[in-house]
Design a protein around this ligand. Structure first.
Ligand code: RAT
Ligand code: ZN
Length: 428
């Protein structure tokens, strides 16, 4: 059979698994939510072994397995922190948790020792890399064509970088796309309104008078500067809409009108319990079941806006699928944060395929450290292969055979074109 004939021939039961695996392995993905930065952002972009080992998912695990207290840990320089985590989680314990196994997988990808009692060889390797070339290599290994960043106009380390050039073009990168993050504005207005006021926006701490209109002007100015592919906010498990709150007012009067003006979606990530244990800092957030009626109200009240939605609680996943069936302006994405473990990903993804076909985005990496895309996407492809192969096997058994071209179309839809269509991004 020629390759063309094979692409369009009905696959036998024994061929399905290997074809699904091959299609997933060879289809580059658009990683639609990360915390990575293009090299032009300089030191706020994390990469290399010390950043990998001090990932906050691993910091949380350190305090379960060692006598180091958070208070002691925060006084250490980064290398010392990494050494403490390496010793506790990789030498004195077997790295079987998802986050520790991820580091092992990255080391293996670069043929670095995975069982060493120290990090010196890995450090030497990463010290010798030039970030621009290293980025291309990492994305190639990971099978990622495009990376979507998280960009916060109120982050004191990030905002000046954008403001240094009139339109932020100096920060542009062909594979890395910006996202305007709204957490400080929507969740912590009391702590941040003065930053807007100092920049010449007529706002106040109570969000009274023309504050909402001024927040909208601020967001428009930043859309002009960042050219974001969407706006995004993480929200607590207690999120409600509508309600009498600054957040609801800004959503209604500033954020959603601005999304419409720039024709971009809003990403709602719902279900965080912020700082359950503040001693752990970035690792101190938890998760809680949310009342998704808030989402129902938003999708119904703003039919002309598009929403990207992920929820953190396992208990909310099924009802989120039901809402996605009701509202075509809702595009469900990812197995977020505490859900990004194979056992949970498998359960959620099966449910989504059964309820939504291919009309969702199965995963994003949420990588904070560049090389994490290698293990996170490897894990996603591995879990997805088994699930999709089984889905096509059932379909074949029920009388509708599938071809390689159809499998390719489905995989591209889920990992590329659903996002392209929603955001207007044309992936590489
Ligand atoms: O997964 C994470 O790294 C979390 O800390 C959060 O950043 C979360 O993904 C978010 O975007 O709020
Ligand atoms: Zn994130």
């Amino acid at each position: 059979m020629t390759p063309i004939e094979f692409s369009t021939a009905i696959l036998s039961a024994s061929q399905i698994h290997s074809v699904v695996k091959d299609v997933l392995d060879t289809t580059p993905v658009i990683d639609m939510h990360t915390h990575l930065f293009a090299p032009s952002f300089g030191s706020i972009g994390l990469w290399g072994i010390d950043d990998l080992v001090t990932y906050h998912y691993l910091e949380a695990e350190l305090f379960r397995c060692s006598r180091v207290t958070p208070r002691q840990y925060w006084t250490m320089p980064k290398r010392e922190k990494a050494d403490a985590i390496w010793r506790a989680l990789f030498v004195e314990n077997t790295p079987i948790s998802e986050a520790t196994r991820g580091v092992v997988s990255v080391l293996q990808a670069f043929e670095l020792p995975t069982k060493s009692d120290n990090l010196s060889e890995a450090r030497q390797f990463f010290d010798n890399q030039k970030i621009e070339l290293h980025l291309e290599r990492v994305l190639k290994i990971a099978g990622v064509s495009d990376v979507v960043m998280t960009n916060d106009p109120l982050d004191p380390a990030e905002a000046p970088l954008w403001e240094a050039g009139a339109s932020g073009q100096h920060l542009g990168h062909p594979r890395m796309h910006a996202v305007l993050r709204l957490d400080r504005i929507l969740n912590k207005w009391q702590d941040h309104w003065q930053v807007l006021a100092a920049k010449g926006y007529a706002v106040d701490g109570d969000a009274s008078g023309g504050s909402a209109a001024e927040v909208r002007r601020f967001l428009s100015d930043w859309c002009g500067r960042m050219r974001p592919v969407y706006m995004a906010v993480s929200l607590p498990d207690s999120f409600q809409y509508p309600e009498e709150s600054i957040r609801a007012k800004f959503l209604r009067e500033a954020v959603l009108p601005c999304c419409s003006e720039f024709d971009i979606p809003l990403s709602l990530m719902i279900g965080v319990r912020y700082q359950v244990n503040p001693e752990l800092r970035l690792a101190g957030d938890g998760s809680g079941r949310a009342d998704l009626r808030a989402l129902e109200n938003i999708c119904r009240d703003f039919p002309d806006n598009r929403f990207l939605v992920s929820v953190l609680s396992r208990e909310n996943q099924h009802e989120l699928c039901v809402y996605a069936r009701k509202f075509s302006n809702l595009l469900l994405f990812g197995c977020w944060w505490f859900l990004n473990n194979p056992s949970v990903v498998e359960e959620i993804t099966k449910e989504r395929l059964e309820m939504l076909g291919t009309s969702f985005i199965p995963q994003h990496s949420d990588a904070r450290v560049l090389e994490q895309v290698i293990y996170k996407w490897r894990n996603t492809r591995r879990t997805m292969t088994a699930i999709l192969a089984n889905t096509y096997r059932l379909l074949s058994e029920d009388g509708r055979g599938v071809t390689r071209d159809e499998i390719k179309r489905d995989v591209e839809r889920m990992f590329r074109t659903n996002f392209e269509r929603w955001s207007g991004v044309k992936g590489n």
